[in-house]
Design a protein around this ligand. Structure first.
Ligand SMILES: [Zn+2]
Length: 109
C-alpha cells in the first residue's frame, strides 16, 4: 500500500468515526427511518451526505472493511463494489487497504 492509498483509507476511517457517533442518535429513530450519514468515500474534500436506513448502516458496519458512499464515489484501486442502490453504494476495501481499515475499526478497540 503506498502513501496515497493509505491516505485514502485514513479519510474513510475518519468519516466512519463521525458516522459512528451519528448512528447513536439515529438509532433512537428506529431501523427503518433513513438518516443522513456522511459519505465515507476516499475523497477528503467530500462533504456530501448519504441517506440510508439505520438498519442498513448497521449491517454495513458489521464488516469492518465496508463503507457507505454516494453512488459513483467509488475508488476501484482500493475497493470493490458490494451493493449498488439508487441513493447509496456500499464498497468493500480489498488487499492491504482492507487489512489497514480493519485494524482501524472503532468497534474493535
Ligand atoms: Zn463522497
Amino acid at each position: 500500500m503506498d502513501a496515497r492509498e493509505q491516505r485514502m483509507a485514513q479519510n474513510e476511517t475518519l468519516f466512519r468515526e463521525v458516522n459512528e457517533r451519528l448512528e447513536t442518535v439515529a438509532h433512537r429513530l428506529g431501523p427503518d427511518v433513513p438518516y443522513e450519514f456522511l459519505c465515507e468515500c476516499a475523497n477528503a474534500d467530500c462533504t456530501f451526505r448519504v441517506a440510508l436506513p439505520t438498519g442498513v448502516y448497521e449491517s454495513v458496519r458489521a464488516d469492518p472493511r465496508q463503507f457507505v458512499v454516494l453512488p459513483l464515489h467509488y475508488t476501484p484501486e482500493v475497493e470493490e463494489l458490494a451493493v449498488k442502490e439508487d441513493t447509496y453504494w456500499i464498497v468493500r476495501k480489498t488487499g492491504e487497504a482492507g487489512e489497514y481499515v480493519e485494524h482501524l475499526d472503532p468497534r474493535d478497540r
